[in-house]
Write a protein that binds this ligand. Sequence first.
Ligand code: NDP
Length: 402
Amino acid sequence: MTKRLTIMGATGSVGRSALSVVRHANDTAADPAFAIEALTANTDCEGLATLAIEYNARRAVIADPAQYATLKERLSGTGIEAMSGSDALADVAQLPVDRVLAAIVGIAGLKSTYAALAAGNSVALANKESMVCAGPLLSALSRKNGAAIVPTDSEHNAIFQVLERPEDVERLILTASGGPFLATPRTKLANVTPDQACAHPNWSMGRKISVDSASFMNKALELIEASYLFDFPEARIDVLVHPQSIIHSLVAYRDGSTLAQLGTPDMQTPIAHALSWPDRRTATNVKRLNLLDISQLSFQAVDDERFPAIRLARQALNVGPSASIMMNCANEVAVAAFLAGQCRFTDISSVVEEALGLDIAQTTGSGEEFSLSDVIALDQEGRHRCHELIEGLNARSRSEAQ
Ligand code: NDP
């Protein structure tokens, strides 16, 4: 039967990979495997219109209201409804479908992820930042409405695929590629450029997650995401550097077995699984794994001295949910500043560490008591404080230079 999909963040790296999965599945199945209810974007109006027409979407939503007229004009005569604004994003996330793919980057994806689950829609979750900031809230909503969250981040999807009986699991093991600076000495990290940070050796991704990957902040956010998604304490989640990105994560059981999911590093595989689940019928054209070609899989521990992010994530989880919100917003603000040439690469973890020390909310509860507006208010306040931290850093370096 044809599955109806809505793709939030369709013009991004994950969104486009998902549409490639849809195209291949529809081209190779007797009946269309997927039909598109809605596609969304932030500012890429032309990209959105092209995709909406190519994939015969019913609706296209541009978050930036200033682009509504252009989108409407571009879609005139196609029968595709043009919509705009952040409320429209939440509105389309609530339309009944078989799965909503949450692939907006950053906490900007939270409202629509929440709206989808609140309406009872099952969510394929790539947008890790919404789980990091509102994990307990989203998990409670998913349970209450019987709306499954299907992990789509490759590591969490790998764990989801091999997690049989959580009560019999000893440890979850997240693998990390190590990013482009795995072998870069600490003294050189301060001067790396945004383009160097975005040149990931294995994965082709959006710029924010590429920087996160280079700083290990991606793995730190994934540690928090895994803790909330699978209800595991951080002390039972390990991180292992595995530069080839072939083993996407592992689950170790109490009987001594360790189960892993393997595949070539291509997001189409976890996306196909997450869109298709609970069946596994979606064929992809990703390069098949040939272990003879790879011949060697290697592993190493995380270097917490050069990359303090994992230690900071453990600290945040042990403090409580407000610390995870703080960690995420500090990272979002610092990565945007780094990409805009306003701070150094090594300032990212310094800003996150300082922000965690601010402890703006000092909450230690389960996090379920936070409402959506509480999370958004904490994020806004945190952002304000983090901008001040970055201004302070820049003022210090200006005075040192004089
Ligand atoms: P991209 O930057 O490539 O794409 C982001 C998408 O979100 C675009 O469609 C963008 O629209 C849209 N968007 C950005 N800001 C807003 C906003 N304020 N409101 C509404 N829409 C917005 O990101 P990725 O695809 O790389 O990542 C998406 C998410 O998936 C992230 O949370 C990331 O951590 C996660 N993820 C990504 C992986 C990857 O391989 N890329 C792997 C695993 C997880 P526009 O194009 O108009 O700017």
